[in-house]
Design a protein around this ligand. Sequence first.
Ligand code: ZN
Length: 162
Amino acid sequence: MQIKNQSVASFHYTLRDDDENILDSSQGGEPLVYMHGMGNIVPGLEQALVGKRPGDSFKVRVPADQAYGERDERKIHQVSRSQLPKGAEITVGMQFEARGDGEVHVVTVVGLEGADRVILDSNHPLAGVALNFEIAVTEVRDATAEELSHGHVHGPHGHHHH
Ligand code: ZN
């Protein structure tokens, strides 16, 4: 069976940047499971998976604008330390989750100014980064009616309801 809209597909992946640094990998763990055509993975990778079958392996380079987008300098701003969670030591490079526009964003501390100012970058940590995927498709099946109505994959490695 080939991957098409409303397929549920599983694949192992290794993700590298253009300098060959490994950013993420499923090797040694479970494959990633997703429902195709729902925007659940980055657009450039979803496009590259169309028509692939179990056993297919391939490499694809996804430019930033087809992955997590280009960096936006307007997403860098200063806040007062008092606006951040109390008790935590704030250091450059630390990341935390912030809620805004009804979504959860990863925010990175990129600088400290004086005693009270913290410079935050709310760009996605992979914004502006081209993603080099090495993919091995392990399973393709049709989504169940229940999965289609929910828009996501159910058990054993997908979404669980309680
Ligand atoms: Zn569900």
